[in-house]
Design a protein around this ligand. Structure first.
Ligand SMILES: O=C(O)C(=O)C[C@]1(C(=O)O)C=C[C@@H](O)C=C1
Length: 302
């Protein structure tokens, strides 16, 4: 049985994602995202499940930063979960002065809290389930949690299906140490992080390498390198799998332009998106072109 570290404690959205991505495996809660990834790097877990992107709040920056530091880890699978919240209180609570949750969750229920719990102060906790733990301990009055959290903590449900934006989703990754990659499926996602220098056109050059090969970008995030003011790392997701000639070609080009590019994984997409291939940008076009150059070099063709 594999050991899967996840951003916990029990009752987070991430725990549900881990159950979907690694059914039947042993789940080990970690208090923070860096701690879940550190467990894999240290060999205490075989893989980790962490959130990467929310449709309302955008990138989960703790995941981006932790993936670009220390030893490399690669994503091997992803899942998209619908996100709406329950509001939980201690039995007998009559007045709600504080509402605790993960900052991403608080941001997704801001209007609901203003309308339904006027005057209540939002308080950030390390995760949605950590807010339930804190409410149970009497630290805060209400917790904004995943619906499943009520099964783990002795709290009462004040409201369900709470969300300022309907149909919100969070994407979660299963990451491991580099090893065997998942097989390409024809609807895959590849992720990299590349540090670009603070120079005119540096980012445009990286993106042009993708554009000229007809490769569709699915996400772009920038995070400071923290060393030099104005220097950023770019997290770039695009359609395709590293096993494909066209994706290998763009990775080689990015590696030439940016020596410290890091591969963050190629795996099937969870959004059932189809990969649009522009004329001249199919894998056969790349292999045909390489074969033609080889035969020109041999003098067999012109
Ligand atoms: O705290 C949790 O329950 C999490 O799994 C984290 C997280 C996030 O990082 O965005 C996951 C989904 C929701 O958007 C809110 C919080």
């Amino acid at each position: 049985m594999s050991r899967i570290a996840y951003f916990g404690p029990q009752g987070t959205f991430t725990e549900q994602a881990a159950r979907r991505l690694a059914p039947g495996e042993e789940l080990i809660p970690a208090e923070t995202i860096p701690a879940a990834l550190a467990a894999v790097r240290a060999g205490r877990a075989d893989a980790a499940c962490v959130p990467i992107e929310n449709s309302v709040e955008g990138a989960v920056t703790a995941t981006l930063d932790s993936l670009s530091e220390a030893e490399p880890l690669v994503a091997v699978a992803e899942v998209l979960l619908p996100v709406h919240f329950s509001v939980l209180t201690r039995p007998g609570t009559t007045e709600i002065r504080t509402v605790a949750s993960h900052p991403h969750a608080l941001a997704q229920v801001r209007h609901w809290v203003e309308a339904n719990l006027p005057g209540a102060h939002p308080v950030a906790t390390s995760s949605t389930a950590a807010a339930a733990v804190a409410v149970d301990a009497g630290e805060f009055d209400a917790a904004v949690t995943a619906p499943v959290a009520v099964e783990h903590y002795p709290l009462e449900v004040l409201a369900t299906e709470v969300a300022d934006v309907r149909d919100a989703k969070t994407r979660f990754l299963l990451v491991r140490k580099p090893g065997e990659l998942p097989e390409p499926t024809g609807a895959d996602r590849t992720s990299i992080v590349a540090a670009a220098t603070n120079r005119t056109g540096a980012l445009a050059e990286l993106l042009t390498e993708l554009a000229v090969r007809g490769i569709n970008l699915t996400k772009l995030d920038a995070r400071p390198t923290r060393n030099n003011f104005g220097e950023y790392r770019f997290f770039i997701d695009f359609e395709g799998h590293v096993a494909e000639p066209r994706i290998g070609d763009v990775l080689a080009a990015l590696r030439r332009r940016c020596r410290n590019v890091r591969f963050l994984g190629s795996h099937p997409r969870a959004d059932n998106g189809t990969t649009e291939i522009e004329p001249g940008a199919a894998n056969e076009d790349f292999t045909d072109a390489i074969d033609w150059v080889a035969s020109v070099r041999k003098g067999a063709q012109a």
